[in-house]
Write a protein that binds this ligand. Sequence first.
Ligand code: FES
Length: 186
Amino acid sequence: MTETPSSPASEEPRRNFMTKALAVVVGSIVGLVPIIAGAITAIDPLLRRRNSIQGTDDDGFLKVTPASSLDASGAPRLFPVIADLQDAWNKFPQTEIGSVYVWKNDDGTVKAFTARCPHLGCTVNYKPNQQRFACPCHDSSFNLDGSRNNDIPPRGMDPLEAEIRGGDVWIKFEKFRAGVHDRIPV
Ligand code: FES
């Protein structure tokens, strides 16, 4: 028994079906493109670092204060660190992100420490009469070089890179994990 070739009339419905199926597939793909693009746009901020600091230079330094506002006698002075913050979707202009003690060395360079106590994060005070830093929360105490005076804090105060540029003090501001011996940026 010989096979009879299918007639053009019987192939027509199959061709129509294939054409429609192809159109559905292509249409679906084209329709998904804007949806996927929209989803990527929506979650992109989440993929970026939260609360990033804006306005730093390429090396991460921020302008903190005019050098003229440093204490003339060379004593540490407390300054707020102000910067624009950016989280996943919002900007927070001119936000205080921390505070630092800054003072001049004899050679004209500057020294800076974060004012955050490495014990549990309170702000330390400078005691000019004793030339040391003291934390009001649990009595941590630190020397002018940042070393600790007692065993309450797990490490000394956290030093920050600082320099004078064009009459201003620039600081590479960082925060470090409190309560641990190692200096771990957070
Ligand atoms: S937070 Fe400073 S001593 Fe505890």
